[in-house]
Design a protein around this ligand. Sequence first.
Ligand SMILES: *Cc1c(COP(=O)(O)O)cnc(C)c1O
Length: 392
Amino acid sequence: MKNKYGFIPYSTQEITDEDIDEVKRVLKSKFLTQGPAVETFENLICKKVNAKYGIAVNSGTSALHIACLSLNLGNEDIVWTTPNTFLASANCARYCGAKVDFVDIDLKTGLMCLNALKAKLEKASSLGRLPKVLIPVHLSGNSCKMEDFFKLSKKYGFKIIEDASHAVGSKYKGEPVGCCKYSDITVFSFHPVKIITTGEGGIAVTNNAALAQSMKDFSSHGVVRDSKRFKRKPDGPWIYEQQKLGFNYRMTDIQAALGSSQIKRLEKIVIERNNLFNYYHDSFHGTAIKLLETPKDVYSSRHLGIIYLSDKTSEEHKKIFKNLKLRNIGVQLHYSPVHLHPYYRNIGFKHGDFPNSELYAKKAMSIPLYPGLTKEMQNYIISSLNYEIENV
Ligand SMILES: *Cc1c(COP(=O)(O)O)cnc(C)c1O
């Protein structure tokens, strides 16, 4: 079953002629990396999300890793995140040797459940096994209940890294996600499926100068170039010194130029994504198809259009999924629970540990949503969905 549009992915980048011109400009300049374009991009992001400091790196995953490192995560520590996320939200803790555990989700939103978090914290507190860091994930651009999470972080003494990979351009309680009002660090990804892209890329933003400096150091070998910060007496003007074990996670100027060009359109992109989402929403009215709920207090970037087929069995869900793929519609599951991947099973997790996330994975499906998707394509997707759901 072919259609005239070819394969329609669940998301993809939008590149304009202006984007290309900006990248070309850097390609013809003196610096392809470690030049001025990265700082320009960092400043633009900080201004958009209302954060003081930004460290741009070569992926969202790297941003999560340096965020964990700057909070001194180590072997003795515990990190909690959601099972309903991309693997990197949990892997970043494992890179630091920390233990990972998960907080189950709310089925209506797919987000980390506040009540489950409260209950787990109470129990962990009595056992003396509280997390050092919590990593909530703003699935599809919908912010978690950050004000409540923040209050709990003060009560129980943990830090918060917001995994906002989906949420650049989102707002929570009227303020941009990334302003770090309720967290220590916020991380964004610029993979091509996300809201804006740099090819590969990410950024960690914070209002804390010490954390910013530490993340900056970790992103480039742990090397310090500012002689005022040297720990040994410099024996010449050429010296730099390595103070920590860092990585080469630097973003290139080529990537940063693309990002700076893209971020100019952020509001427009998010409005277009909202329009596409609303068209789905209105079209599904009165049918068996339901989109995940958007929490109140949230203006969403609409990274994903996730439908939830509550009355379908796991087998029916799989069949609908397969048939839509045959129609060249790039449906996806966001996400297959992290704790059930072989790596996490090998370290002790099993079926039944996080029942809501496991149930969710049998019902949820992301449908195509990205700037450039036409109404005609949306109508094709909607009618295909209705047909496959009715005839499964
Ligand atoms: C995309 C994504 C990441 C990782 O970002 P990369 O830039 O691909 O490394 C982390 N967490 C979530 C929730 C993501 O969607």
